[in-house]
Design a protein around this ligand. Sequence first.
Ligand code: NAD
Ligand code: WQD
Length: 358
Amino acid sequence: MNILLTGGTGYIGSHTAVALAEAGHHVVLFDNFCNSQPDVAQRLHTLTGQALPLVEGDVRNTALLTHTLQAHQISAVIHFAGLKAVGESVAQPLDYYANNVQGSISLLQAMQAAQVNTLVFSSSATVYGEPHYLPLDETHPTAATNPYGRSKLHIEEILRDACAADPALRVLCLRYFNPVGAHASGLIGDNPRGVPNNLMPYLSRVAAGELPHVNVFGADYPTIDGTGVRDYIHVADLASGHLAALAHLAQRPGFDVINLGTGQGYSVLQMIDAFAAASGRPVPHRIVPRRAGDIAACYARPDKAARLLGWQATRTLQDMCRDTWHWQIRGAGHEQLEQLGSVPNLPPGNPQHSPHIP
Ligand code: NAD
Ligand code: WQD
């Protein structure tokens, strides 16, 4: 199948590109590089042995998207492109609605024009807001608490309406829990700019000596050790979930939402211990006050994914920490950590980089 990945050079998109290419699909990447680097395409070439076509563009450019869908005879789209920083969304809500909501409408319009009917959308567990009960199943009420989360909810609603209006449309919203880890090769992974907001990349930089210690945001939550509990899921498991989602959509038109999580929660202190063990390096921490907007615990009931997609996460917390560390020393922290040795030796790739299709 010919599949377009918007946001395809980003963290989750790039791992999904590898999984799709390995499964024999033809992958086309579409990205404006607002939060990724074009050299990801070279790394994907190295990993897949294929020069994946890469179109540089903004998803709000409906004409470019329509042309791309037609030119590459696309039959399904996975829509990763979006802004995702919660704090930034509070400061710049219009940017988030313009990029995420308007971008999704533009994509739907392009799909309609090009007669592409199958869409997998990157949603988030953040749409559940403060949990009323745990584990979170898909019938849990939705209530986003910030503009980023609200943009995801708005998009889900728009997609539901679009499906109601067009019986040919097939849309699956995947609500990811906390994606972490990296490709086992260490060639691709999460590469946040500046000081990371998320726990796992922060742990990784502390272990590497780039940051002095982890601030643990609150140790007075009603959890196993007082620190926040989350459902961390390996990005490679998430990637295979997208393959299962596409196979499911081939059988089932209409609209649905499905959690992608492991069903297992880990606390911040458990994560620190696991990361120190995986990296063999100290990960010092300090308890500081709670972070505004944080919840005590959040983890998935992953049964619907198992039932409908035949998918479940298989990788362990140790796998997540090991692969994050491997990426830290081989990929993300390449320049900073040359003294540790073992940096990647990338052969030159030859991605088809088409910056301006009219
Ligand atoms: P990412 O920032 O690494 O990837 C997103 C990609 O989209 C980037 O390459 C960026 O350059 C591109 N992009 C953004 N706006 C664009 C636009 N207007 N036009 C074209 N390209 C654009 O993020 P990620 O972690 O890979 O997340 C992918 C998707 O999954 C996002 O929609 C995000 O909201 C969602 N999600 C992520 C997480 C997480 O913790 N990583 C959790 C739940 C949901
Ligand atoms: C995890 C735990 C923190 C950093 C966010 C978004 C969510 C989703 C994933 C996209 C919490 C604690 C963290 C640190 C800490 N993204 N922590 N010290 O907040 O669950 O989810 O990313 O959809 O929308 O909100 O992830 O990794 O930031 O935090 O103690 O330096 O680690 O308090 O308990 P979160 P996180």
